[in-house]
Every structure is written in structure tokens, then in C-alpha cells.
Design a binder for this molecule. Structure first.
Ligand code: GRF
Length: 191
């Protein structure tokens, strides 16, 4: 199944998917200069930048992105550290075909960019990561996969995030395979 990866960060999940030979038909970012964009260039993956400053509205940006992703033949969209909330044109173009990876055990620590720091602040003993379907809610779509990660007394946000990312690199591919199989079995191909 052809993936479109949306990313704004260092891109370790994108690199992992590429290393595992997932078919990445498109990488979209809002930041021309981020780790994920560099990885796309290194790997010669089709890359496009959708910066908000180039569009009049969120919907105009997401409509352009959805059109480009569809043109690339994308069947499943993976938000892998994409730091923008998706709006109707994208959600409607890929309904039921968008997943997100979030660095907490949802529904704990939803809705922010600092889920790892929040887990430390709250003193939880276990946190983790979640892959879920993306819909109009923020971080509250149906859950596809989760992994638990213990919090150590001497953890910093960086050390805890590094341990969480080891699990992200395991469950994101698993969840993509699961959803691809479900879509292949249940729905006609996207036209
Ligand atoms: C991950 O921790 C993911 O859970 C969060 O953003 C981070 C992206 O990491 N949504 P990377 O850019 O794939 O390394």
C-alpha cells in the first residue's frame, strides 16, 4: 500500500519506515528544513513543502496537500511527527486512512506537543506510545496499537523520549500493516 508520510521533526519514524521497505510515495512537510525533509531528499523520496505562509487558510493548505498526495497515488497517510492539526479537506480525502503516532498512552497526555514532559511532571511510572486513526478529534481517534514504557527515576524528557521512540519504531509499522490488511479486505481501492 502506498504511503504518504507527513512529518515536521527529526524524521526517525520516516527513516524507520524507509529502512523497512514500506512503499513511500510521498513525504509532505510544513518545514523545508527539518530532519524528515533531509531524509526524504537523501532517500530520493518525493517531497513537497506545504508552509502555512503560502496559503490563505488551513483548508487551502490541506486541500493542496490532499491533491498532491492523491496525485502521488497515496492510499494511506502516516502522521509521523507532523506538528499541524489536519482539517476537513485532508480528513475527507483520506477518511479512515490516516494514522498518527503519539508519544503517550492515550487518552493520557493528549492534545499537546509535550506529552513526554507532561508524563514526567505528573510522576507517572509507566507511559508509552499510541498509534491511532486520525479524525476530527485531537488525539482521540480509534486506537490501533500501543506500547508501554517504564519511567525511570532519573529520566529526563530526552532519555524517556528515546526509550519511547524504540517502541514507536516497532508499533508504527505494525499498525500500518494492520490497517493496510483491513483496508485491503474491507474496501475497494481508493479512486
Ligand atoms: C514522535 O515521538 C511522535 O510520537 C511524535 O513526534 C515524534 C516524531 O519523531 N508525534 P520523529 O521525527 O519521527 O523522530
Amino acid at each position: 500500500m502506498k504511503l504518504g508520510v507527513l512529518a515536521s521533526g527529526q524524521g526517525s519514524n520516516l527513516r524507520n519506515l524507509a529502512d523497512l521497505y514500506f512503499e513511500i510515495a510521498a513525504v509532505a512537510t510544513n518545514k523545508a528544513h527539518c530532519g524528515a525533509a533531509d531524509i526524504a531528499r537523501e532517500r530520493r523520496l518525493p517531497l513537497a513543502v506545504f508552509a502555512q505562509k503560502d496559503y490563505d487558510s488551513l483548508a487551502a493548505r490541506d486541500s493542496a496537500m490532499a491533491g498532491w498526495l492523491r496525485g502521488q497515488g497515496v492510499e494511506l497517510v502516516v502522521c509521523a511527527g507532523y506538528d499541524r492539526v489536519l482539517t476537513a479537506p485532508l480528513l475527507e480525502a483520506f477518511r479512515g486512512r490516516i494514522v498518527n503516532i503519539h508519544p503517550s498512552l492515550l487518552p493520557a497526555f493528549a492534545g499537546g506537543m509535550d506529552a513526554v514532559a507532561q508524563a514526567l511532571t505528573h510522576g507517572v511510572k509507566v507511559t508509552g506510545c499510541t498509534v491511532h486513526l486520525v479524525d476530527e478529534t485531537v488525539d482521540a481517534g480509534p486506537i490501533l496499537a500501543q506500547a508501554a514504557v517504564p519511567v525511570h527515576d532519573d529520566d529526563t524528557p530526552a532519555s524517556l523520549h528515546a526509550r519511547i521512540q524504540i517502541q514507536e519504531h516497532r508499533i508504527l509499522p505494525e499498525a500500518i500493516r494492520l490497517l493496510s490488511d483491513r483496508l485491503a479486505a474491507a474496501r475497494p481501492p481508493l479512486r
